[in-house]
Write a protein that binds this ligand. Sequence first.
Ligand code: NAD
Length: 251
Amino acid sequence: MSGVEGLVALVTGANGGIGGAIASTLGCRGATVAFGVRRDASSARRVIEELTKEGHRGDHDIFTADVSDPGEATQLVESVVARYGRLDVVVNNAGITRDGLLVRMSDEDWEAVIDTNLTGAFNVMRAAARPMMKQRSGSIVNVSSVVGLVGNAGQANYAAAKAGLIGLTKSVGRELASRNVRVNAVAPGFIETSMTAALPQSAREAALGTIAMRRFGSPQDVAVAVAFLASPDSAYITGQVLVVDGGMTFA
Ligand code: NAD
């Protein structure tokens, strides 16, 4: 057995661009994937159909929860453990943006982004830590952003949440390391998903000009980095932030 084969992995935001690619990659490599979705599960369902068609026969299923709600996040983890009897990998990928300059940012836009991108990951990690500690193994991968490392005008809420997620990753990594539970983060740059498709052409061109490799990233570029951190191939790596940005920040 190598990589993530045979592991049980929960991916939040698995109905989205990056989350779908992560779930698909883990499934293709032999993991059983619990697709965490907030409401709409249509594209998660499509990914499961593709995995099944291609003969990747993990017992994949969809689990609905709003991760920003502590009760729902706890229930999500408990349902996955009840269903599969263990939990080896958690990928905290669910996230939103509510962009705006600081002076015009509403309380609602600040809170929504912190509640989903930071508190959501905290809620899921707190629930997942117990079964993982009991198993004496586990890997948690948090999807942060380069914006959490270098900031971005118009994204104070998002940058604060993603920077907070890095602090959370390192602190919980220290807490759980002795139980063989690893906690790492990936920090993607500009990745082509619905989140970035909404940006005006001028903003896309400006962003492209900052990327040394002169191309935007794909969800798959992020997924393979997550799969590495999820798997025992990274058994001696914890508390790290793996930047996946094609040379945008050199952070
Ligand atoms: P996306 O909008 O396609 O996916 C986000 C997913 O999160 C969606 O499926 C959405 O339903 C889910 N979600 C949102 N709020 C939720 C909640 N409260 N509970 C449960 N699920 C919830 O966007 P994406 O680009 O695939 O983003 C995935 C992650 O990658 C996010 O955390 C995002 O911040 C991060 N990221 C994206 C980029 C990029 O350029 N696209 C760059 C860096 C980091």
